[in-house]
Design a binder for this molecule. Structure first.
Ligand code: G4P
Length: 531
């Protein structure tokens, strides 16, 4: 192995690339901010919100985020902690944008699932957690807001097990009930780690370690109860176990409060100690590309007009192998064309810093990468193609027409651009009416689409309902066989994926029962592109 190859492996080993998933308001933003505080990337908590505020002020359509207090766009943060480099991929919290979250997760090696101690697993985000689970993604659980009254720890663990079939293995256990939270038992040492509050949680919470005997003396019944409960769960779950965690079967659980910083250090340490470093990514043919092989990456997010002053288009790519150096020429796999990476950046909201070097696990924002679509591979030297990113079957459909027909050109341009970003999927009927049909997983996707089409492309649209409500991926053979079937309509996506749309589950269930050999797949594999 050459010295540069050894360096790539060493850099990859130092990296942790993960995403935080949660329902809105569970505390994802607060926790992200506290990670930066603990990593020394910000001197005082509060900086992220200030920057987020600035970002909102510079963007038109992001005013929607501000109005609704939701986060639509994802951010990539890179910071150092304990001689490691952490890449934190932010995801929109709202269920309506789970498609975007799903794509971001394809670039992460692990996820932190944040739950509100008073609410447990909320139905809104259940699907997202189930998806992580079904993909065998390693998940660390953080039970947040323990500074306030909440559910019993055993009840929360039971929910995780029951609802997402993930075996919870406590890494810490709270001492004192929710609302009177004094610290945690650390599973590895059995010691008591007591936390102290700081003013507004703006600085790191001091921690004091105590032996079990001291803790028992100080906290009496609260301590005894915590010891009893953690022992009980350990007996059942077998304790934190790296193998089953990495296989996506068990989840280490941490208790804390992002607001008061309780438990934040334990959680961040777990990212280093438990979460996996990048590993070779399987190509389309199943052969993993070694980490030290020449540069390769795939695009998991495309975002246009992040800054209206520039009107540009940014492709976010995750490095899978090799050493990226800004300025290098890479090959865009689908077109076979060379692409010069002069404008490579790391992006934090709308703030950009030029990035000069990147290694496996890192995310690069390629500015003006106009041909790069979601799912596309970029490489140097030996050719590689990574598998397409899976997408959800849409559940909502609407016909889109420009309000003013003289704006048809702007309408088409916006449609194409926003489809490429995956804001919605754009379908067209294979026969007859060519009115575009928008397909989405959440209603708010339509709202963002309309808003952006109006403000970025100058085309107001009218959305009209259609009768169909269920979609399945199908193929040409099945379409031919279905020709005389009633209750189904065939639509095509820009990447040639064929979709069968049904008005009710009744028609679909009947077809599946009568023709088990027909392709009617709820998972839409394939890049979301519009040719
Ligand atoms: P999100 O990104 O997941 O949507 O959640 P975010 O961090 O914005 O937190 C949502 C609300 O919950 C915020 O309150 C935040 O301060 C609060 N919060 C977060 N973590 C904790 C915690 O550990 N304990 C308690 N008690 N509250 C927590 P807000 O009133 O909506 O906003 P703000 O005025 O406090 O900023």
């Amino acid at each position: 192995m050459t010295a540069p190859e050894r360096e790539i492996l060493a850099e990859a080993r130092r990296r942790r690339t993960f995403a935080i998933i949660s329902h809105p308001d569970a505390g994802k933003t607060t926790l992200t901010e506290k990670f930066l505080l603990y990593a020394g990337a910000v001197a005082e908590a509060g900086a992220v919100k200030a920057r987020a505020g600035r970002r909102k002020a510079t963007s038109d359509w992001m005013s929607m985020e501000q109005e609704r207090g939701i986060s639509i766009t994802s951010t990539v943060l890179q910071f150092g902690y304990r001689a490691h480099t952490i890449n934190l991929l932010d995801t929109p919290g709202h269920r309506d944008f789970s498609e975007d979250t799903f794509r971001v997760l394809s670039a992460a090696d692990a996820a932190i699932m944040v739950l509100d101690a008073a609410k447990g697993i909320e139905p809104q985000t259940l699907k997202l957690f189930e998806v992580c689970r079904s993909r065998s993604m390693p998940i660390i659980t953080f039970i947040n807001k323990y500074d306030r009254p909440g559910l019993e720890p055993l009840e929360l663990l039971d929910e995780i097990e029951r609802r997402i079939q993930l075996r919870p293995t406590p890494a810490t256990w709270p001492v004192g009930v929710a609302g009177d939270f004094r610290g945690v038992i650390e599973q590895t040492s059995g010691e008591f780690v007591a936390y102290s509050r700081t003013a507004r949680g703006a600085s790191i919470a001091p921690e004091d370690r105590h032996s079990p005997a001291d803790a028992a003396q100080q906290h009496g019944a609260s301590w005894d109860r915590a010891v009893e409960e953690i022992s009980l769960t350990e007996e059942v779950s077998g304790g934190v176990d790296s193998k089953s965690f990495l296989a996506g079967e068990s989840t280490p659980v941490f208790f804390g409060s992002a607001l008061t910083n309780f438990g934040v250090r334990h959680l961040l340490d777990a990212v280093i100690d438990l979460a996996p470093a990048p590993s070779p990514r399987a190509s389309d043919h199943g052969n993993p590309r070694p980490l030290e092989a020449p540069f390769s990456a795939f695009a998991f997010k495309v975002q246009a007009n992040m800054d209206p002053a520039h009107r540009d288009r940014v492709a976010f790519v995750r490095v899978c192998s090799g050493h990226f150096e800004r300025g290098m020429t890479v090959t865009h796999e689908p077109s076979g064309r060379p692409f010069a990476t002069k404008y490579a950046a790391s992006v934090f909201g709308a703030d950009r810093d030029t990035i000069d070097n990147a290694y496996p696990g890192d995310v690069i924002a390629l500015v003006n990468a106009n041909d790069v679509r979601i799912g596309d591979t970029l490489f140097v030297d030996a050719s590689v193609r990574f598998p397409p990113i899976e997408s959800f079957a849409p559940e909502l459909f609407a016909e889109a027409r420009p309000k003013d027909v003289s704006r048809a050109k702007q309408f088409r341009k916006g449609l194409e651009q926003l489809a490429q970003e995956g804001v919605v999927q754009v379908l067209s009927r294979v026969d007859g009416d060519r009115t575009p049909v928008l397909a989405a997983v959440g209603q708010m996707q339509f709202e963002v689409f309309s808003h952006r089409l109006q403000y970025e492309f100058g085309a107001e649209i009218r959305l009209g309902p259609i009768r169909q409500r269920i979609a399945r991926r199908t193929d040409a053979t099945t379409v031919t066989a279905m020709a005389t079937t009633s209750g189904v309509e065939i639509l095509e996506r820009g990447d040639s994926t064929l979709l069968a749309l049904f008005e009710s589950p009744y028609w679909l269930d009947r077809l599946v029962a009568e023709h088990p050999d027909w392709l009617l797949d709820p998972i839409l594999t394939g890049a979301i592109t519009q040719n």
